[in-house]
Ligand binder design. Structure first.
Ligand code: TZP
Ligand code: MG
Length: 216
């Protein structure tokens, strides 16, 4: 299905998270990902103090600006506004899309995690700018959440008109399957932030995504 026009243009989405390569800082890892071609960055940290998240948001804002890449903050609308991030990412149990839009205004990006086509269509109807579709595969980064498999990717490709990004357990070993199911955009956490060479992993993801885009 043709996509509607959107303020978002990306293929590879990197989210910060657990499992950093030992000895690396969040800023180093994200800069490596940007050098490798990551198109959008999300600060997601479920364990740090709010003050640490706030400090990292400011650091990543400076870094992503230098690379001309959008920065999204998971969960914390106040931090997104304070750091002048481009938007927020919310789960099904977070603040509602309508409340978030009220706080953020029309121009900032709101992304919503979805785990079924019903949730995806509801987020689209509610004015989300993009949705996450996942976890496609089981993943330790989001424990306790059942995999939606590539079936939901296929349904999203057929029915969702805003950008959707496949997420969850995506690696260089399975990304071609996810792309073949209809994803033009993918997101990875551990495959990128846990890599010895995050830039090389991002370059490899981009090569796969570009190869698919050039064949469609
Ligand atoms: N939402 C659905 S799966 C997931 C999130 C945040 C985690 C993805 O992490 P990984 O390490 O790429 O499986
Ligand atoms: Mg959340």
């Amino acid at each position: 299905m043709a996509e509607s026009t959107s303020k978002l243009d990306f293929q590879l989405y990197v989210i910060t998270g657990a499992n950093y390569h030992p000895g690396r800082s969040i800023v180093d890892v994200v800069e490596q990902a940007l050098i490798g071609g990551a198109d959008i960055v999300q600060l997601r940290d479920k364990t740090a103090s709010k003050q640490d998240i706030r400090e990292n948001a400011h650091k990543l804002r400076q870094l992503t600006r230098r690379y001309g890449v959008p920065l999204i903050i998971n969960d914390h609308i106040d931090i997104a506004l304070e750091a002048d991030a481009d938007g927020v990412h919310l789960g099904q149990d977070d603040l509602s899309l309508a409340e978030a839009r009220q706080l953020l205004g029309p121009d900032r990006i709101i992304g919503i995690s979805t785990h079924s086509i019903e949730q995806g269509l509801a987020a689209q109807a509610g004015g989300a700018d993009y949705i996450g579709v996942g976890p496609v595969y089981p993943t330790g980064t989001k424990p306790g959440r059942a995999a939606v498999t590539t079936s939901y990717v296929q349904e999203a490709a057929a029915q969702i008109r805003i950008p959707f990004v496949a997420i969850g357990g995506i690696t260089l070993g399975n990304v071609d399957t996810v792309i073949a199911a209809g994803a033009n955009r993918v997101c990875a956490v551990s495959e990128i932030v846990g890599a010895d060479d995050p830039a090389a992993v991002c370059r490899a993801f981009k090569a796969r995504l570009n190869a698919a885009a050039n064949h469609s």
